[in-house]
Design a protein around this ligand. Structure first.
Ligand code: DC
Length: 228
């Protein structure tokens, strides 16, 4: 059997993780797993149930009725809620805020842990998130930590939201992003920090193509060093 290879890509929102992870997965023929989509889907579920994003006890209780899974569709992991694939409804600013709140709850993280590890155990994956290199796949063959300053990240996210037809201002996106950065990195459980053995990649001044080229150099070097 071919060796299973796992690549972890972590970093704050808007750092270009998903763009890079998709491109890396395509290049190496691996499966792309967007773990943020899992937290976003739990957030959507909580929102649909009418539970406040800050009501931790109610959220933990509601996990009993949560039917979430990830299936491989066209070489990528797609999140299903109640048997149906989720779409762009998990990408609104409101969903982002729900996701940020639910992702700070240890029970939610524990609930999603095996689901993420199972996929990586069975398939060569490029997994993006906040704690992939530190918690989910501490033995990943390569760990990248993508960074870019928050104004650049907010501009990118704003452009994405505009393209999806959402009515937001750039200032709102920047302020939401700062709030979420602070929630994500200061929470007690699995804070968004780089693993000790992660390679930092600042792509603030790079195009997506240049970011991919740099990532390929790092990945090819790490795999060659590990004689893979
Ligand atoms: O990457 P994203 O913006 O789609 O993530 C949505 C939220 O989920 C974000 O607030 C951080 C959280 N998240 C997390 O805590 N751990 C992950 N592995 C992925 C996302």
């Amino acid at each position: 059997m071919e060796k299973i290879i796992n690549i972890a890509i972590d970093g704050p929102s808007g750092s270009g993780k998903s763009t890079l992870a998709k491109a890396v997965a395509k290049h190496y023929g691996f499966i792309y797993v967007d773990t943020g989509a899992l937290y976003r889907t739990v957030g959507l579920y909580i929102q649909r149930k009418g539970i406040e994003p800050t009501d931790k006890a109610a959220i933990v209780e509601a996990l009993d009725g949560l039917d979430i899974g990830m299936r491989l569709v066209d070489g990528g992991g797609v999140v299903f809620l109640d048997g149906k694939p989720v779409g762009d409804e998990i990408r609104t600013p409101k969903s982002s805020m729900y996701a940020s709140h639910v992702s700070a709850i240890p029970e939610v993280r524990a609930y999603l842990l095996d689901l993420q590890r199972d996929i990586a155990r069975k398939n060569s994956t490029v997994m993006d998130g906040r704690d992939i290199g530190t918690v989910i796949l501490p033995n990943a063959h390569v760990k990248l930590y993508l960074v870019a300053n928050d104004e650049i990240r907010a501009k990118r996210r704003y452009a994405e939201l505009l393209e999806k037809g959402q009515k937001v201002t750039e200032a709102e996106v920047l302020s939401d992003m700062r709030q979420r950065d602070s929630n994500d990195s200061s929470r007690e459980v699995a804070p968004a920090v780089a693993a000790e053995d992660a390679v930092y990649l600042d792509n603030g001044a790079l195009t997506p193509e240049e970011t991919l080229d740099r990532a390929r150099e790092i990945i090819d070097g790490a795999l060659a060093d590990a004689k893979i």
